[in-house]
Design a protein around this ligand. Structure first.
Ligand SMILES: NC(=O)c1ccc[n+]([C@@H]2O[C@H](COP(=O)([O-])OP(=O)(O)OC[C@H]3O[C@@H](n4cnc5c(N)ncnc54)[C@H](OP(=O)(O)O)[C@@H]3O)[C@@H](O)[C@H]2O)c1
Length: 121
């Protein structure tokens, strides 16, 4: 189980960052990638709470549906991220830079709201 984000990794996996990936559409995207992997992925699942992100990751590793993906080299790991907090964004950028050196795919899922559109005169 690769939920330790502290070590440096050299990988040819496609690095996927899913903001707000611990539930809803973000988590469904992680499920889709792991259900029919075209290639091995390193999927970073974020939440404002590291506990919620870690719980989501444990759910992925405990789901037999994704066993083949993980045994074929895919991995998933949690990170704390609040997209409304510049310091949090900088910290995640630094952690991913140190661990992977890049992001290949950004799923910019968190922090979008249509609420303001309903108040436009
Ligand atoms: N569902 C729809 O029909 C629909 C329609 C149009 C657009 N969208 C948009 O699609 C995205 C996902 O929708 P959803 O239905 O899957 O929403 P959701 O179930 O409420 O999930 C939102 C995710 O974003 C995280 N999150 C919330 N605020 C955050 C912040 N400031 N920084 C980082 N992460 C944050 C939440 O995790 P934590 O709370 O643990 O941080 C959660 O993982 C949203 O941006 C939504 O506006 C959804």
């Amino acid at each position: 189980m690769s939920i330790n984000e502290s070590s440096t990794t050299t990988t040819n996996n496609t690095i996927v960052l899913i903001t707000g990936g611990n539930t809803g559409i973000g988590l469904a995207i992680a499920h889709a990638l792991l259900s029919a992997p075209i290639e091995p992925y390193s999927i970073i699942v974020t939440s404002r709470s590291i506990e919620r992100a870690t719980a989501a990751i444990k759910g992925l590793y405990n789901d037999p549906t994704f066993k083949d993906a993980f045994s074929s080299g895919s991995e998933a790991l949690p990170m704390q991220l609040d997209v409304d907090d510049d310091e949090s964004v900088k910290a995640v950028r630094q952690r991913i830079g140190e661990k992977f050196g890049r992001v290949d795919v950004l799923v910019n899922n968190a922090g979008t709201s249509l609420a303001d559109l309903t108040t436009v005169p």
